[in-house]
Design a protein around this ligand. Structure first.
Ligand SMILES: NC(=O)c1ccc[n+]([C@@H]2O[C@H](COP(=O)([O-])OP(=O)(O)OC[C@H]3O[C@@H](n4cnc5c(N)ncnc54)[C@H](O)[C@@H]3O)[C@@H](O)[C@H]2O)c1
Length: 304
């Protein structure tokens, strides 16, 4: 049954980061950060991704452009309130920074979003976590430029306005959601995804499928009550633009998903999976997701 609001919404919104896609894109980050005005940059990653050598290679490229770069492997796989607080503390101790780079999967990108938020806006993490778990405070100042460089083909976190975390004491998975958390620039270089083990390729690929299918089948923006300008949220419901990204993402998945899991060295399959993840992120990052994600959150919070 379709919900019929008394005053149906007539307006939808669409937001996206600047995007660089393709093999070689990760070698240009120093130039991009310089253009964004950064001088001293923190590269956030996790220990597993650090072992691939890519975070140090990205940091070296940044230094060759005349900027300072410090690498922290402070991201915890599936971030928690405790892991984010530790990453923020380490960044505060080594700061100040006027730019951030995340090299890794959703865990590293979300950790960098939280570090950027807290170093630019102050306060405690729980001030910003969604109500009713946290205080749901909106950042009052713009964040420093964040360049997000995904090494998994899944989350689309390089395009989205959320940071997902587990709150350990409450055994709940929740997030921080604000348009200021969207990375300034997404650099999607498929070379960085080639070392994903088959299990990571498979589970991250299922994330793409859920993002694309859920945003495509989400309640349309017209099924909500009309909002005032100040009430608009990043996730406005399915709309003609997010549908385009979701449909194209699913076509790419149908072609490349099995091949990328079976043979991680298949460069075409890796590139198609990177595009599929990006497209799904550009879609669900505006339309939102629904029942499957909502069901997964309380389960995910109990398996730490
Ligand atoms: N912010 C968002 O929009 C958003 C969306 C979906 C999911 N998420 C969050 O993202 C997190 C999951 O992120 P993920 O699925 O990208 O994985 P991840 O970042 O948790 O990484 C999974 C594992 O793969 C390893 N890895 C990553 N890239 C690799 C590579 N190229 N080579 C070798 N190993 C590699 C990591 O070291 C880690 O051990 C969860 O916390 C989830 O809630 C965020």
């Amino acid at each position: 049954m379709t919900w019929s609001p008394a005053h149906p919404e007539t307006v939808f919104t669409y937001g996206a980061p600047q995007l660089k896609f393709g093999p070689g894109a990760a070698d240009e980050i120093g130039h991009d950060l310089g253009a964004l005005g950064a001088t001293r940059v923190l590269v956030v990653t996790d220990a597993g991704v650090l072992a691939t050598g890519w975070p140090d290679r990205v940091a070296e490229g940044i230094r060759e452009s005349g900027l300072e770069a410090v690498v922290h492997d402070s991201a915890h796989v599936e971030p928690t309130d405790a892991s984010l607080a530790a990453a923020i503390e380490r960044a505060r101790a080594d700061g100040p920074f006027d730019g951030f780079v995340a090299v890794g999967g959703g865990s590293s990108i979300d950790t960098a979003k939280a570090v950027d938020l807290l170093l630019t806006n102050g306060g405690d993490l729980m001030d910003y976590v969604n109500v009713p778990v946290g205080a749901g405070r909106a950042p009052s100042r713009p964040l420093a430029p964040l360049v997000a460089v995904p090494t998994t083909t899944g989350t689309g976190a390089e395009s989205t306005t959320i940071c997902v975390l587990d709150v350990l004491d409450l055994k709940v998975k929740t997030g921080i959601s604000h348009v200021r958390l969207r990375p300034t620039l997404a650099v999607v270089d498929p070379r960085l995804t080639a070392s994903q083990p088959p299990g990571v390729t498979a589970s991250a690929g299922m994330d793409i499928l859920c993002h694309a299918l859920e945003s495509w089948t989400a309640r349309p923006y017209t099924s909500y009550e009309r909002k005032q300008p100040g009430e608009r949220v990043p996730y406005c419901g399915s709309n003609p633009i997010s549908d385009l990204w979701a449909e194209r993402s699913m076509s790419l998945l149908a072609k490349a998903f099995r091949r990328a899991v079976r043979d991680g060295s298949d460069e075409d399959a890796r590139a198609d999976m990177a595009l599929a993840a990006t497209f799904a992120g550009l879609g669900f990052g505006n339309a939102g997701v629904h029942v499957p994600h909502a069901n997964a959150y309380p389960v995910a919070g109990r398996v730490r």
